[in-house]
Design a protein around this ligand. Structure first.
Ligand SMILES: NC(=O)c1ccc[n+]([C@@H]2O[C@H](COP(=O)([O-])OP(=O)(O)OC[C@H]3O[C@@H](n4cnc5c(N)ncnc54)[C@H](OP(=O)(O)O)[C@@H]3O)[C@@H](O)[C@H]2O)c1
Length: 360
């Protein structure tokens, strides 16, 4: 059976504590130092995946032991080397394609430098993440009865790999598109690219709070370590799709705003009656995030070649991934927020609260 591997890393101290009880109650600095010294290791076998076509594959989660902040503060050579070492372990486990998760996909030029240093095919999984984030957002927009073609969509992190792809795909479908980020000249470059492709001119902004306040729909996908969207920022009745890991939307939004619909970006049901990741990485049993799913899809297709790397995801790639996902029986799961399912009753409740306007 063909094999794949997916590289993950802890997103918070709680993740480390869940895995290693010895970390409970230890100072963050000490835990981070120990992680820095810890070599990559295999976390689990991923079993039971069976495509609609009947093809089966199996895989592994491999841990690259570093916290999000360490990917930014430690020397880039050290970090890239640690991701490469994680990939080398995946190669020893006979993986023929390796997916890079969360911050391991953001270092080394969006995975390009890592792909150059190893012999096995690599993908960040960001193409299918884009596909699924868009599918989930559209589902939420429909449920909230927002007219997309009249709505303002703000993409936060629009200069990034997933953010710029979401913006390109969504541009022709929305009333107004705001590209939000920290680098104005990069935002303008993406805006011009979208204008050339679609003759639709997006607005650019470097003020996240101001853009969020006026948006009806938000796709947020920054590489920030801390939250960038707070309860007071969001317009009543808005849909917010939080694709970022760690999350961009403050948990306080869930507690203080009963009039907005925040959803987790694209959680996918993986085909096979006995799918088992043998590790709780966030999604419920049998489900995964888009980036893990893309790696599995490429393994099922035996596409053992580099796929998504860097920031150049094209509309054609997003469409291709949607087709391949359909072919193998992957589908976007029911909407979820903060890792729990959202019921129809909860959506009705949110809609009722919109009339009352903001609760904060
Ligand atoms: N849910 C999933 O299935 C899934 C899959 C893959 C990735 N992800 C997550 O998606 C996020 C983005 O991934 P990516 O590969 O698209 O990353 P990327 O290409 O590096 O883009 C990150 C974007 O975030 C911006 N950014 C970074 N730090 C920021 C801050 N402190 N405040 C505001 N903006 C900031 C960057 O802008 P600058 O140019 O200004 O730095 C850039 O626009 C990450 O959180 C990643 O873990 C989720």
């Amino acid at each position: 059976m063909e094999k794949f591997a997916f590289i993950i890393h802890p997103l918070s101290l709680k993740n480390v504590e869940n895995f290693e009880k010895g970390a409970v109650g230890r100072p963050k600095e000490l835990v981070e130092k120990i992680l820095e010294w810890t070599p990559p290791f295999k976390i689990s076998n991923i079993t039971g995946i069976k495509s609609k076509t009947g093809k089966e594959v199996e895989g592994f989660f491999v841990a690259c032991p570093l916290m999000p902040a360490q990917f930014k503060t430690l020397s880039q050579d050290f970090v890239v080397n640690k991701v490469v070492k994680s990939c080398e372990l995946a190669e020893k486990l006979e993986a023929k394609i390796i997916g890079l998760g969360a911050f391991t996909a953001m270092v080394g030029n969006g995975g390009k430098d890592i792909a150059e240093k190893i012999n096995t095919a690599v993908t960040t999984g960001n193409t299918y993440t884009t596909t699924t984030a868009i599918q989930a957002t559209k589902k939420a927009v429909e449920l909230m009865e927002i007219e997309l073609n009249k709505a303002t969509l703000a993409v936060i992190g629009a200069t990034g790999s997933i953010g710029s792809a979401c913006a390109q795909v969504m541009a022709p479908e929305v009333g107004r598109l705001e590209l939000v980020g920290r680098n104005e000249s990069e935002l303008k470059t993406i805006s011009s690219k979208i204008e050339k492709q679609t003759s639709f001119k997006p607005v650019v902004s470097t003020d996240i709070s101001k853009s969020v306040v006026s948006a009806d729909v938000i796709i947020t996908v920054t590489g920030a370590i801390d939250c960038v969207i707070n309860p007071e920022d969001i317009k009543s009745g808005a849909v917010v799709c939080d694709v970022a890991r760690p999350r961009d939307v403050s948990k306080l939004v869930g507690e203080l705003r009963n009039d907005v619909l925040v959803i987790d970006g694209g959680i996918v049901r993986v085909p096979g009656e006995k799918v088992n990741f043998n590790y709780n990485f966030g999604p419920p049993p049998g489900m995964s995030e888009g980036c893990v799913a893309e790696t599995i899809i490429l393994a099922l297709e035996e596409r053992f070649e580099d796929y998504t790397l860097g920031k150049d995801i094209t509309i054609e790639m997003v469409e291709e991934m949607a087709q391949l996902a359909e072919k193998h029986g992957f589908e976007v799961a029911a909407l979820r927020r903060y890792e729990t399912a959202i019921s129809d009753e909860q959506i009705e409740e949110i809609k009722k609260n919109v009339v009352c306007h903001k609760t904060v």
